[in-house]
Design a protein around this ligand. Structure first.
Ligand code: ADE
Length: 230
């Protein structure tokens, strides 16, 4: 077993790099990959840079070049569900692309022929995440996460995404990682901690809470790595 752990930004992987051992750094396709060990398991850590295209590229390289056979994503998200506060954890049961639009041809939002609107995450990873949350007494929400190449700082757009996809949170990478892992048959999991509410204050909140929320997510992911057995 070799587990990929991805983030989108340096802040999302730094808390991981500070805890893993035997780090070996390599450069590939204009990015840095960190092979390391944690809890007796081989892992490879990278941040992709922001957005769906960079995330798809990094996920593909982690699988095809570094031979990872599991992928966990750790990072931050904007809340849609009003019950989600800053720092709360949310796991995706499925991911959709809110900015994928060929509705002009009669298709639903987020759909392209031969694809699916929502790609489900691995049930085993969701199960161990919920067990850890119960053990630690941490609130953990599960729901749809919507992805798009857009930082959402607008209540109308957020409400539209909520209504159209029944999404609980939004971010800019998860669904593209889902497309890659689904196509390559790699079990994957997307975890996010809330950094903002995707409203007019989102830019300010994001800057203020990115580091703290990214650490909440990264610490939880490492707990999961300890628990993974299959
Ligand atoms: N990631 C964290 N907050 C976000 C937001 N408001 N929009 C898009 N991605 C995000």
């Amino acid at each position: 077993m070799k587990i990929a752990i991805m983030g989108a930004m340096p802040e999302e992987i730094e808390p991981l790099l500070s805890k893993v051992t035997n780090i070996r750094k390599s450069e590939y396709a204009a990015n840095t990959y960190y092979q390391a060990e944690y809890a007796g398991k081989e892992i490879v850590i990278a941040y992709s840079k922001i957005g769906k295209v960079f995330a798809a590229l990094t996920a593909t390289i982690l699988i095809e070049k570094f031979k990872c056979d599991r992928l966990l994503f750790s990072g931050v998200a904007g809340a849609i569900d009003p019950d989600l506060d800053i720092g709360d954890l949310v796991i995706a049961d499925g991911l959709c692309q809110h900015d994928l639009d060929i509705t002009a041809f009669g298709h639903p939002h987020g759909f392209v022929p031969e694809g699916e609107v929502c790609i489900p995450t691995d049930p085993y990873f969701r199960k161990i995440a919920k067990e850890i949350a119960v053990k630690k007494g941490l609130p953990l929400k599960e729901g749809i996460i919507a992805t798009g190449d857009q930082f959402v700082a607008n209540v109308e757009r957020k409400n539209w995404i909520s209504k159209t996809f029944d999404a609980h949170a939004l971010e800019m990478e998860g669904a593209s990682v889902a497309v890659v892992c689904n196509a390559l048959d790699i079990p994957f999991f997307i975890l996010r901690a809330i950094s903002d509410s995707a409203d007019m204050d989102a830019g300010f909140d994001f800057d203020k809470f990115l580091e703290g929320s990214a650490k909440v997510s990264a610490d939880f992911i490492l707990e999961m790595v300890e628990s993974i057995e299959q």
